[in-house]
Ligand binder design. Sequence first.
Ligand code: GAR
Length: 187
Amino acid sequence: MKNLVILISGSGTNLQRIIDCIDSGEIRNAKVNLVIADRECFGLERATKHNIPNLLIKRGKDFYDNLEKAIPGNTDLIVLAGFLSILKPEFCEKWSGKIINIHPALLPKFGGKGMWGHHVHEAVIESGEKESGATVHFVTSGIDEGEIILQGKFDVEENDSAETLAQKVHQIEYDIFPKAIDLILNK
Ligand code: GAR
């Protein structure tokens, strides 16, 4: 059984999807040992509802030390599922090859500092892109620069807004994120 730690900052619908896919067997041989949030968020309630140990480690002084200490040594994969803090390079190096992230765009486009959530969708609309999607990638010290594991995409329609893109991207994420996790854990 592989041990997962999931890091979140928000509603946690991707966290929910991962939990559901472990229950259904779509993600094989996995257990979520711990959910960590960097702010108060609904995702923590989802973890509690499923009896998954969870922690709130607020940003600010000692954040990185506390995060470091909280990750169990037997962790096989750290999954960033809508986690909005930037991890320190030392942390990324220590867990190299064992941290993955979901990004709400087709990397390498629309990645980097400040590119998260609605900012990404607004930038996609403004630039007149013909397609968007989501990317699962390994996390390295370069923001959104690690090796791509899986991508899924769709056509941007003329009447799309940042809100409709967010919904469409989430649907893609629910498809590719569990597949990528299963792929990595069971390769
Ligand atoms: C997801 O769309 C994810 O790609 C994005 O936050 C959302 C979290 O949704 N992550 C980033 O923007 C990171 N740069 P959720 O809380 O419902 O899973």
